[in-house]
Write a protein of this length. Sequence first.
Length: 166
Amino acid sequence: MNVAFLIIDVQKKYVELPDFKETYKAAIEYINYVSAIFREASQPVIHIRHVETNENLDDENFQVDKAIVQKDGDIYLNKHYGNGFWKTDLQKILEDKNVDYVICSGLSATHCVLATYNGAIERGFNVSMLQNGLVGRGWEEVNTVQKNFNIIGYNGIRYILNLTKK
């Protein structure tokens, strides 16, 4: 089993918005911790960035927020729609790496993360969201997603990734 970790839309232009600040501050630690586990297991960490029409891709606001640990070997993918699979190479990237399980994290829990989660299901991937690794417009939004969709915590991820080493 190969597993990929998706960090969705954790870009400076979004995380600095007042609606997201509180939940983002709490999610950073979990996202960084889990991405380190993935790197240690040689499994893909994929940063997905949302691009608006005519956006300057060199603009600092477009980049992954500096609070998110990024390493050589991480994969970067740009998207124009909420679903990270829609009209991108995400499915091909995952298939090329023989990934069959995807873990989603990032912003916003009820929009792009959920759309990508559903996109993974539609394409036949097993999928979960990272417990405590979701950013939303307040705790009610994050808690609603965590109550109603498949989530996984870092201990479950460690267990699964140890299986991938065998």
